[in-house]
Design a protein around this ligand. Structure first.
Ligand code: MCN
Length: 840
């Protein structure tokens, strides 16, 4: 036994997860091989919008190693409640071989000769993976896992081939005969709302929903305003790039009577419910396992057609079915993030105090609604007021269908969009009123508070002290000398100008409470569960409902448990990611895991220690109230030499031969925590750029970030989360953006065309923190997983605009690639010339 120090929480405990991850010992979904396993590949639509006039998979069936091939019509009976009756398996003989993928015997699977787009029967159920009904009249088009009759975006699955290995399945796709009748695609949200062709003709509109939120008297605010600022911002679509693409393996569980689905998912618990409904398999017969998952960034906070197809085919063919996405499929058929056109109007007095904010927003849903698609602009809606308090807010968003890849949660999920817009507006306001960006912000901050405080968006922030984070970042950056340097360069007409950009931001994290989420129409609770077992030896097993895929929960939760139980983090094993092992959970997203799941771990450990204390008191023949616990030992107050260790208590609890009268043996407890409010991390960032006015090239010279996520469990992990998050935020500002041509074809369809920055493109980050505890949970913690991504883009763009302000440049759309920056400078020069100005 190692002597435990008093506290591990707050200490830089190295991540337990890393040795396996960096030495090739991780267990990715694609590493899992089951006997008789078959592989599937998808034929995907090259058209953004087309009718399928002919589809024949029979030639593919003749190809070597091909076991079966299916169209959407063939699989129609697999979905929804009635699907059980469709069970046909096993239509395939399992090999008793060595478990390799290409050793199976091939059965003939009879296919219809021509499975083209016939009329979809009236009796067919509507089908969708979407769990967020943001309004009662929201339009939710039927979303078949494999298209039936019509394709709605490039990458829509048209047919699926099953073969003995992945390459044979892929090769056979070429033999599928398919004819399309192209239809005019809708590739732009504004065009979609202006009577463009319809994405789904049966809906009669491209509008998915209108959602509104209003507080205060917005008309009065604008009537009284001395200053009105109006801007239009575009949030370009982003493509999530987890290191591990999606992957799924579904199989019958031997002896279990049910199915197991291994999936590279962030949400095994949610996937279990959704897949059970999608395939009509009773929930208790579906087990979902998330093995090691190579990142997700929100893109694996989803239940995808491909997962449901693997499960349905495992049932239909009686064989394990594996699918591993390739990178081009990832680009086309995994969700995209962002995609908003934002119109903002801000009313302020002559001193720059905000009176009201009006936001009108079009949010690109893409062709179908994925799990949470419509909820993204709703999350934005709560966050546009940012860290500023004012009297009137008027928000309206419209979800809009386009013939593009569906959108959904991508790191930040609705909050980066809002933080970007309000922070760009603050700079616009400062310019209009003639005050500095720092002063414009300070005049509108909340006074520091640590009790729930109403916001213009009708929610309550938990705690905030923006003044302290802003002061600290100004100090860290040596702000005055930066401005002096900027002035020198301006006076010297330096072709490389210095920009100083601010972002003072907050976000909504720690997703719970269930009651609020339910009130917003989300079909899913927000609590989190934890269990603890102190084993007879005193070693500890913690079971969590969170599902880490890079965030280091095994380390953080060990620290939390170790502190309460008085052991070392190495003596704690954290179990997760398997619905049989951790049956209760709401998974990992929305920077919720610590503030809900980590807190549940803390609370369950306290609960088990209450019992341990009773046992220790009984063992020491002392009153429970006199017991003290420190350094892993119970002692009686006033006699510290008389003690019993937690390990001795654990042994006694297990042996159960000397327990207090009527006490249940063992040291095992459960806890489900549903917090009273969200948590609202905040921060102040300064981005220092050097902008080459001759080439448009932007270099981030320094990036200073002072973040506040309440007390920190593990500073190494928090810094890592911030580094990754900042990189993604900077990527949106400077490099990344999905582009489609007018036919709806993705032109940034590979990593060659879609620029993901690496270390050479990124600065050294200078980080610091303030600590303002949250009242939403007993640890006072707030989330940090998305902080950098939410804080960064506006700091970068504000910085570039600041550098170019003397040339009359006030806005640059993201990504600020050199060509775009250069062109913006040329346009500003042209305008200045036209007005007889003196732009340099
Ligand atoms: N933490 C801490 N102290 C705090 C806050 C957090 O020590 N005050 C630690 C936590 O203990 C945890 C980590 O920071 O180990 C992140 O915690 P939290 O902020 O609760 O976020 P989640 O664990 O819920 O992670 C989700 C978040 C999201 S929404 C995305 S997207 C994202 C992210 O995490 N995707 C990631 N970080 C990622 N990191 C990796 N490597 N890969 C992804 O896909």
């Amino acid at each position: 036994m190692t002597q435990a120090p008093e506290r591990y929480v707050g200490g830089g405990v190295p991540r337990k997860e890393d040795p396996a991850l960096v030495t090739g010992r991780a267990n990715w979904t694609d590493n899992i091989k089951l006997p008789g396993m078959l592989h599937i590949a998808f034929l995907r639509s090259p058209f953004a919008h087309a009718k399928i006039t002919n589809l024949d998979v029979s030639a593919a069936l003749e190809q070597p190693g091909v076991v079966a091939a299916f169209t959407g019509e063939d699989l129609a009976s697999e979905w929804g409640e009635g699907a059980q009756e469709a069970e046909q398996g096993p239509g395939y003989t399992l090999s008793t071989g060595d478990g390799q993928s290409n050793d199976a015997e091939v059965n003939e699977t009879k296919q219809p000769e021509d499975a083209s787009s016939e009329e979809i029967s009236q009796d067919d159920e509507a089908f969708s993976f979407c769990a967020w009904n943001v309004t009662e009249d929201m339009k939710n088009p039927t979303h078949w896992p494999v298209a039936r009759g019509e394709v709605n975006y490039t990458g829509d699955a048209v047919a699926v081939v099953v073969a003995t290995d992945r390459y044979k399945a892929q090769d056979a796709l070429e033999y599928i005969e398919v004819d399309y009748e192209p239809m005019t695609p809708v590739v732009d949200v504004e065009q979609a709302m202006e009577g463009a062709p319809l994405v789904h003709e049966d809906l009669g509109t491209n509008e998915c929903f209108t959602w509104a939120l209003a507080t205060g008297d917005i008309d009065e605010a604008f009537d009284k305003a001395d200053v009105v600022v109006r801007e239009r911002y575009v949030q370009q679509r982003l493509i999530p790039n987890a290191i591990e693409p999606r992957a799924t393996l579904a199989a019958r569980e031997p002896g279990h009577g049910g199915f197991v689905v291994y999936s590279a998912t962030q949400i095994p618990h949610i996937a279990k419910s959704v897949l059970s409904m999608a395939c009509g398999i009773p929930e208790h017969k579906v087990r979902v396992v998330a093995p090691d998952v190579g990142g997700g960034f929100g893109s694996k906070l989803n239940v995808y057609s491909e997962e449901a197809i693997c499960l349905a085919l495992a049932r239909r063919l009686g064989a394990p079915i594996k699918w591993v996405e390739d990178r081009s499929e990832n680009y086309q058929a995994t969700i995209h993030g962002r995609g908003q056109v934002q119109h903002l109007e801000m009313a302020a007095d002559s001193e720059g105090r905000i009176l009201g904010l009006r936001v009108r927003l079009l949010a690109d849903m893409g062709a179908h609604l994925q799990l949470l698609t419509p909820g993204m602009p709703i999350l934005s809606g709560f966050m546009f007021p940012g860290v500023y308090t004012f009297g009137a807010y008027d928000y309206e968003c419209k979800g809009v269908f386009t013939n593009l890849t569906p959108t959904d949660a991508y790191r930040g999920a609705g909050r980066p969009e809002a933080a970007y817009a309000i922070e760009r507006m603050m700079d616009a306001l400062a310019r209009e009123v003639g005050i500095s960006p720092v002063e414009a912000r300070r005049r509108n901050f909340y006074e520091p508070f640590d009790e729930p405080t109403d916001t213009p968006a009708g929610i309550q922030y938990d705690s905030m002290n923006m003044q302290a984070t802003l002061d600290r970042v100004l100090e860290l950056a040596d702000y005055d000398s930066l401005r002096e340097e900027q002035q020198r360069r301006r006076e010297a007409n330096d072709p490389v100008q210095l920009g100083i950009g601010f972002s003072t931001w907050t976000e909504i994290s720690g997703l719970a409470p269930s009651q609020v989420l339910g009130g917003l129409g989300l079909g899913g609770a927000g609590w989190e569960a934890a269990s603890v077992r102190i084993l007879p030896s005193g070693k500890v097993e913690v079971v969590t409902g969170t599902s880490p895929h890079g965030q280091g929960h095994e380390t953080s939760w060990s620290q939390i448990a170790a502190d309460v139980i008085g052991v070392t983090p190495d003596e704690v094993e954290v179990l997760h990611g398997d619905t049989d092992v951790s049956p209760l959970g709401r998974d990992t997203y929305g920077s919720r895991s610590l503030a809900v799941g980590g807190v549940a771990v803390h609370l369950v450990c306290e609960r088990v220690m209450d019992k341990a204390k009773k046992i220790a008191a009984h063992m020491m023949e002392a009153a429970e109230d006199d017991m003290e616990f420190s350094g892993g030992k119970f002692s009686v107050a006033g006699s510290p030499d008389q003690s019993t260790t937690i390990q001795e208590v654990a042994g006694a609890a297990f042996m159960a031969s000397n327990l207090p009268e009527g006490m249940e043996p063992g040291l095992n407890e459960n806890y489900v925590f549903d917090p009273p409010n969200f948590t609202f991390p905040f921060g102040a960032h300064i981005c220092v750029t050097e902008v080459d006015t001759e080439t448009g090239k932007v270099r981030i010279r320094d990036y200073f970030a002072v973040d506040d996520c309440g007390p920190v469990i593990n500073p190494i992990i928090v810094d890592g989360q911030l580094h990754g998050g900042l990189a993604q935020g900077i990527a949106q500002a400077l490099y990344e953006g999905a582009r489609f041509d007018e036919d709806g074809t993705l032109t940034t369809s590979s990593m060659v065309d879609y620029m993901i920055p690496g270390a050479p493109e990124l600065p050294n980050f200078t980080l610091d923190r303030t600590v303002t505890p949250s009242g939403s949970n007993p640890l006072g913690v707030k989330g940090v997983g998305e902080a950098g991504t939410i804080g960064a883009p506006q700091a970068v763009i504000n910085s570039i605009c600041d550098a170019l302000a003397p040339m009359g440049v006030h806005n640059i759309d993201m990504p600020a690639l050199p060509m775009r920056v250069w062109q913006t400078i040329q346009d500003a020069k042209g305008e200045a010339d036209a007005q007889g100005g003196v732009a340099q």
